[in-house]
Design a protein around this ligand. Structure first.
Ligand code: NAD
Ligand code: MG
Length: 395
């Protein structure tokens, strides 16, 4: 029996993970579930999955959760705060940790899981963007396993040979082709992008996801974060990654080899496929996802991304090339800008302006030899700077 800690259990990835766990009760048990403040949802999940621990980051919500579960015969131990998250990420009774918190808030618990030598199922791409070098080092040094959950990276992982960590050139890989749906605004007139509402930005054509990643998909910052994520996961650089817009989201990414072969992974757009892949790996089992019907797909289209329409993608490439703290600043400024857009304080094009402004205003520093406190301090400063830019822009 494999114990699983699900960080971010109440979110879109968390719910899909619990669905996969429930399909394989002989093999997996949810040992700990965590959420930020949705006590009602977490209480329901605790009744169904009977974990040993439940973490509510928000202390008021933790008290509410305790009240909601008071009549359970064996209620979970309730923990709170980031310390609670770190504790359940490193539990001896959990072998697998699903990292599905959204944003840089996922960094500390993801690092804790990596340091504790777990199989880390990584959905929280922001933690690699913020602290890629540190997280990859923690994985190697502790002997942890890192399995990508992001559908594109999971697809690439499936298309690479098992010894890819020797170096992509070494194993005959010429390029990674990272697919992107282009999001809901792919065909909007550019001059109307400033009138896009949060509802329109979150109405993704092919995937159903949390609000932050949905806005990131609309601006294609999501693809930019994924380029940085791919650099760390597969030990490569931006010159070896090409973004390909593919509106149907059926091909989840491809790998191009020196001999002209191109391998792709296909499937219906449902995150239970990469989740089940990473949980069963190196075996395979049922995920609950319907088999792909190529006749109903009928056609697959491809386009080059339009960097004018999607300046966030260009900014992410720029930050990836700069390295150092630039990706940390990019991510923090984007989190602030997306929240401001969802609160209707800035318009959609304002997101790229805030991110560009923060990258300009803050010095890029090297990260060699730095610890997590340094990166979290950069993250804090970038958030303050971005908040000022939001205020200036909305005034
Ligand atoms: P979501 O908003 O649906 O869920 C986020 C989860 O994180 C919730 O459980 C919430 O309680 C928790 N959380 C939020 N803020 C927190 C904080 N400050 N501290 C602790 N916990 C906090 O998000 P999602 O769509 O499930 O995405 C989760 C992660 O997975 C993101 O990094 C996203 O980029 C990545 N991802 C998601 C998808 C998808 O299909 N949803 C696909 C690929 C990657
Ligand atoms: Mg993705």
């Amino acid at each position: 029996m494999i114990g699983v800690t699900v960080l971010g259990a109440t979110g879109s990835i968390g719910v899909s993970t619990l669905d996969v766990i429930a399909r394989h009760p002989e093999r997996f048990r949810a040992v700990a579930l965590t959420a930020n403040q949705d006590a009602e949802r977490l209480a329901e999940q605790c009744r169904q999955h009977r974990p040993n621990y439940a973490v509510m980051v928000n202390p008021d919500a933790a008290r509410r959760l305790a009240d909601l579960l008071a009549d359970m015969p064996q209620p979970p131990e309730i923990l709170t705060g980031v310390e609670g998250l770190e504790q359940v990420a490193a539990l001896p009774e959990s072998q697998y940790v699903m990292a599905a918190i959204v944003g840089a808030a996922g960094l500390r618990p993801t690092l804790a899981a990596a340091n504790a030598g777990k199989r880390v199922l990584l959905a929280n791409k922001e933690s690699l963007v913020v602290a890629g070098a540190m997280l990859m080092r923690a994985i190697t040094e502790s002997g942890a396993e890192l399995l990508p959950i992001d559908s594109e990276h999971n697809a690439i992982f499936q298309c690479l040979p098992p010894n890819f960590s020797q170096g992509l050139a070494e194993v005959g890989v010429r390029k990674i082709l990272l697919t992107a749906s282009g999001g809901p605004l792919r065909d909007w007139p550019i001059e109307r992008l400033s009138s896009v509402t949060p509802e329109q930005a979150c109405a993704h054509p092919t995937w159903s996801m949390g609000r932050k990643i949905s806005v990131d998909s609309a601006t294609m910052m999501n693809k930019g974060l994924e380029v940085i994520e791919a650099c760390w996961l597969f030990g490569t650089d931006t010159d070896h990654i090409q973004v390909v817009v593919h509106p149907q989201s059926v091909i989840h990414s491809l790998v191009q080899y020196d001999d002209g072969s191109v391998l792709a992974q296909l499937g219906n757009p449902d995150m239970r496929t990469p989740i089940a892949h990473a949980m069963a790996w190196p075996q395979r089992f049922d995920s609950g996802v319907a088999p792909l019907d190529l006749f109903s797909v009928a056609r697959l289209d491809f386009q080059e991304p339009d960097m004018k329409r999607f300046p966030c993608l260009a900014l992410a490439f720029q930050a990836a090339r700069q390295g150092g703290t630039a990706p940390t600043i990019l991510n923090a400024a984007n989190e602030i800008a997306v929240a401001a857009f969802l609160d209707r304080r800035i318009d959609l094009p304002g997101i790229a302006e805030v991110v560009a402004g923060a990258l300009d205003a803050l010095p890029e520093e090297g990260v060699e030899g730095q610890g997590v406190e340094f990166l979290l301090d950069v993250d804090r400063r970038a958030r303050e700077c971005a908040e000022q830019l939001v205020v200036r822009r909305s005034a």
